[in-house]
Structures are given as structure tokens and as C-alpha cells.
Design a binder for this molecule. Structure first.
Ligand SMILES: Cc1cc2nc3c(=O)[nH]c(=O)nc-3n(C[C@H](O)[C@H](O)[C@H](O)COP(=O)(O)OP(=O)(O)OC[C@H]3O[C@@H](n4cnc5c(N)ncnc54)[C@H](O)[C@@H]3O)c2cc1C
Length: 370
């Protein structure tokens, strides 16, 4: 059988695009070397929160994606989402003004010993349940994809054949090179704790504390550490990585201490610890679209480096290879919305918005290279 789409990576990005294409009637296979939702997506909180502040292109994207994704999860699997809102507590990045200067509806409240702004449009979701549901109707293969072979209009990955490839590899080295997208891994830890204290809503400052989940536990998480070896690529999960700096005990203590400043959790027992690396680019925007062949495009049009404007449709692209990546700290906010945009691009030829397109990054990096 020749699949219409073969997706590499079964995290939030890969699972969402697999679902979008499968429900549109396409033949979809998905491969992952670790299993479904074993990368960053498995470690995620997974909090879905609005991004407050004066309106700009990034928070508009986040807040549009949030509205879409909340509805999407509620329809997909209502038992996988708990929507109790979030209390945002001012910190260094988000002071009082940023939290209250908004088009978003929020309410100033005093809770226990803290003051913050309450946004009702926020939730927590269950990554495992969601990604399993999204990929249920697709063929899944546990496989480390090493090399794609392109022959007579078809891609071969060992015994699998497909017309189109979608790379949803998170922080891992991509199967084809696109050096104009500089992905950095940002590491983080999430713990699940049991406590006799009931948490009424999510609370977010520099870390996030969730409302009680369906099993009664509370998630506490943060992703903030840049790896000290910035040029090392992520080729495996943190627990198997030779470069991983094990600060787990300090990380857990720090999460518990910071959580304690937000809400007094009594009789705490840590029942689950997960760590992972999320993929982020400098601008924080996610990226989406057909993969431009950097070398071939510059060879064809060397004057791009001097600023000549070459229309994007004339650039050289890898045939039928697409990517969806750099979901940053909002993998479960962006996942369904970006999958919708990519599906509409693939099936209905709709344009990808400039700010998340690969073309924007391509021109930026190519023009720097003189
Ligand atoms: C601790 C932590 C907390 C977070 N909290 C939140 C949160 O509260 N809310 C939120 O929205 N987001 C959160 N995030 C971010 C979110 O998890 C990520 O943005 C999102 O999961 C990224 O999804 P992805 O599919 O792009 O990557 P991943 O989930 O990392 O998936 C990529 C997959 O590709 C596979 N892969 C790569 N290369 C190959 C190959 N060659 N062959 C086979 N398989 C391959 C990997 O095994 C991996 O499973 C958090 C992240 C972390 C680490």
C-alpha cells in the first residue's frame, strides 16, 4: 500500500496532523521511535492558557489557537479536558499592567495569600488520552526513521511507502536539512502530586500548578532550562541522553517550593516525574509548511543573499515534504489549530500565514549570508 501521508513523530504536532488528514479521508501512517506521546508531549502539563497583554501578532495567534483547541478537545474527547480557568499571578515577565491590559476577559481576585487575574478560558488536558485518540484510526509503526529514499514520485522508509512526508520531530534532528530553522531544546520537568488540598483552578506564575485532574492528582510543571551544550542535537529522550544534566532532585524541590508560594498543598506525595525537551525558535512562533531546500534555492538564485526578491513559488522545495514544529511551550494549544492550517494548505491550497511560514525564516537567514 502507498500511504497518502507518512508522518514522522507522534507527539502533539504529528498526532494532530495525522487526525486532520485521516478525518479528511486520507490514508495516513505515523511512525515514532519511542511510541505515541513519548517526547515533549508526554511530559507536558498540559496547560491551555490565554496569553494576556496588549494585542500583538504572537498573542493573537496563541489566543485564536486557544479558542479553537479548547472546542476541538471538548468535541474530540470531553473526558480528556478539565476547564476550570487559570489564575495568572504577576511575575518578572508578566507584571500587573501586562496581565490587566487586555482584550481578554479577566477578573482581579485575591486567593489565599496571592493576588492575580483570573481567566476562565483555560484548561488542562490529558496528553496520553488525546494523542491515543487522535492516532487511533491511523497505522502506527514503532520505528526510528533514519533515511528517506525518493523514487518515481514516492518516498520509501524501509518497507513503508508514501506520497507525502510530514516531519513532526520536535527537538530531534530533522530527516532533511533546513538550516534556516534553528530549533533550540528547552528542558523542563513536570511532577504529579497527591495532596489533601483541593486546587480549584490552574495557577500560573513562573511555574504552573493545575486544578485536580480526573484521578485527583495535581500537575506542577515548568520548562525553563536551556541546555548548556546548545549545539548538541536531541537524538533521544532526556533519560537516555549522554548530555542530559541531571538536576532532577533540585528541579523537583524547586517546583514544590514555588508551588508552595502559590498555594499551601498539604500532605504532598510526588507520584509521577516526567522530563522532556520542547522545541522553540527565537521568535517563539511555531513553523509550518513545505520544506525549502536551502542549498538548492541559493544555488539557483545566489542573488537572494544580496536581497533580491525572488517569489517563494520559484524557490526549490524538497518534493512533497512538509513540517510542523517549534510549538514551544504551547504544544497543546497550537497542535489542533496548526494541523487545521496545514491540512487546509495541503488539501485546499490555502496560504499559510506569513508569520508561521518557512519562507519568512528562509529569506531572513539567506539574506544574512553574504
Ligand atoms: C515539562 C514540559 C511541560 C510542558 N508543559 C506544557 C503545557 O503546559 N502546555 C502546552 O501546551 N505545552 C507544554 N509543553 C510543550 C509541549 O509539550 C510541546 O510544545 C509539544 O509537546 C511539542 O510537540 P511535538 O509533537 O512538536 O514534539 P514531541 O512531543 O517531542 O514529538 C516529537 C516526536 O518525534 C519523534 N521522532 C523524532 N525524530 C524521529 C525519527 N527520526 N524517527 C521516529 N520518531 C522520531 C520523537 O520520538 C517524539 O516522540 C511542555 C513541555 C515540557 C517538556
Amino acid at each position: 500500500m502507498i500511504y497518502d501521508y507518512l508522518i514522522i513523530g507522534a507527539g502533539s504536532a504529528g498526532s494532530n496532523i495525522a487526525y486532520a488528514l485521516k478525518t479528511a479521508g486520507k490514508n495516513v501512517a505515523i511512525v515514532d521511535k519511542e511510541g505515541i506521546v513519548c517526547g515533549a508531549s508526554g511530559a507536558a502539563g498540559a496547560f491551555l492558557s490565554p496569553l494576556p497583554g496588549k494585542k500583538n501578532s504572537y498573542n493573537s495567534l496563541v489566543n485564536t489557537a486557544l479558542d479553537f483547541s479548547l472546542d476541538f478537545y471538548e468535541n474530540l474527547l470531553p473526558e480528556s479536558i478539565i476547564k476550570k480557568g487559570v489564575l495568572r499571578v504577576p511575575n518578572n515577565n508578566f507584571d500587573e499592567t501586562k496581565l490587566s491590559t487586555n482584550e481578554l476577559k479577566c477578573k482581579h481576585i485575591h486567593f489565599e495569600n496571592i493576588d492575580g487575574y483570573f481567566y476562565s478560558n483555560a484548561a488542562i488536558v490529558n496528553p496520553l488520552k488525546i494523542c491515543n485518540q487522535l492516532t487511533r484510526e491511523c497505522d502506527f509503526f514503532l520505528k526510528d526513521a533514519k533515511k528517506l529514499v525518493y523514487k518515481s514520485g514516492c518516498y520509501y522508509l524501509d518497507e513503508l511507502k508514501a506520497k507525502n512526508i510530514i516531519l513532526a520531530q520536535g527537538v530531534n534532528s530533522p530527516l532533511v536539512s533546513y538550516p534556516y530553522v534553528k530549533i533550540s531544546p528547552v528542558f523542563g520537568v513536570r511532577i504529579d502530586v497527591k495532596s489533601s488540598t483541593k486546587v480549584p483552578f490552574n495557577i500560573h506564575k513562573s511555574i504552573s500548578v493545575s486544578a485536580n485532574k480526573e484521578d485527583g492528582t495535581i500537575a506542577i510543571g515548568a520548562t525553563q532550562q536551556n541546555h548548556s551544550l546548545l549545539d548538541a542535537s536531541c537524538d533521544t529522550t532526556c533519560d537516555k541522553c549522554p548530555f542530559y544534566i541531571d538536576t532532577l532532585k533540585q528541579d523537583i524541590d524547586s517546583l514544590l517550593k514555588q508551588a508552595d508560594e502559590l498555594i499551601k498543598l498539604e500532605n504532598v506525595e510526588v507520584v509521577n516525574v516526567l522530563k522532556g525537551a520542547r522545541a522553540t525558535i527565537k521568535s517563539y512562533f511555531p513553523i509550518l509548511g513545505k520544506v525549502i531546500d536551502y542549498e538548492a534555492s541559493l544555488k539557483k538564485y545566489p542573488s537572494i543573499k544580496k536581497g533580491t526578491k525572488i517569489p517563494s513559488e520559484l524557490l526549490e522545495y524538497y518534493p512533497n515534504i512538509y513540517t510542523i514544529n517549534a510549538l514551544g511551550s504551547r504544544g497543546f494549544v497550537f497542535g489542533p489549530y496548526l494541523a487545521k492550517i496545514l491540512k487546509e494548505h495541503l488539501l485546499d491550497d490555502k496560504k499559510i500565514p506569513k508569520e508561521i511560514s518557512l519562507e519568512k525564516l528562509f529569506y531572513k537567514i539567506a539574506r544574512k549570508e553574504t
